[in-house]
Design a protein. Structure first.
Length: 169
């Protein structure tokens, strides 16, 4: 089961590295979709599917807490919604779906991490995510210009680490 977590790690790393090397830095992961050429656009959606489905499966299998299982599943579902509405600036309906997916996926993923278990190791990634996010919103001199990107990346890392920790217990 822990091998399944290699898929989102590899997929997201490859996608982010590709985007950075070819198009540079972006304000968020989703905004990178606008720079992709027509033949590259499916990679955005595939990447999010490769991230979401393992989170859904491992989230159900790695915890004994039924609430956490449901939250990981819903977080994964919402991440797939982001992939289904990548051009969120084109119309209001797609923008709404994309924003529900992104804010909901991150929020439910972090809540699921917190609910998944209360060992100290499980709470460390959630605590680090909370500190980083708080700094980005409230401490202007430490705020990164692309803080949304880093919040998305740190949320994904927190979820993957939490699932991995729960699998190893």
């Amino acid at each position: 089961m822990k091998n399944l977590l290699l898929i989102p790690i590899f997929s997201m790393t490859a996608y982010l590295l590709f985007i950075y090397l070819k198009y540079g830095k972006h304000k968020s992961i989703s905004i990178s979709y606008a720079d992709l050429k027509t033949h590259e656009k499916p990679f955005f959606t595939l990447n999010l599917i490769f991230v979401a489905i393992p989170i859904m499966i491992v989230g159900i299998e790695s915890t004994q807490n039924h609430l956490a299982e449901g939250l990981f599943f819903l977080a994964g579902f919402l991440i797939t919604l982001i992939g289904a509405s990548p051009a969120f600036w084109t119309n209001r309906m797609e923008h709404t779906a994309h924003m529900i997916g992104s804010y909901g996926g991150i929020s439910l993923g972090m809540i699921a991490c917190f609910v998944a278990g209360f060992p100290v190791l499980t709470l460390i990634p959630v605590f680090l995510f909370a500190i980083f996010t708080t700094i980005q919103f409230f401490v202007k001199k430490w705020q990164l210009w692309n803080y949304i990107y880093w919040i998305e990346v740190s949320a994904l890392l927190a979820v993957i680490l939490t699932l991995l920790i729960n699998l190893l217990q």
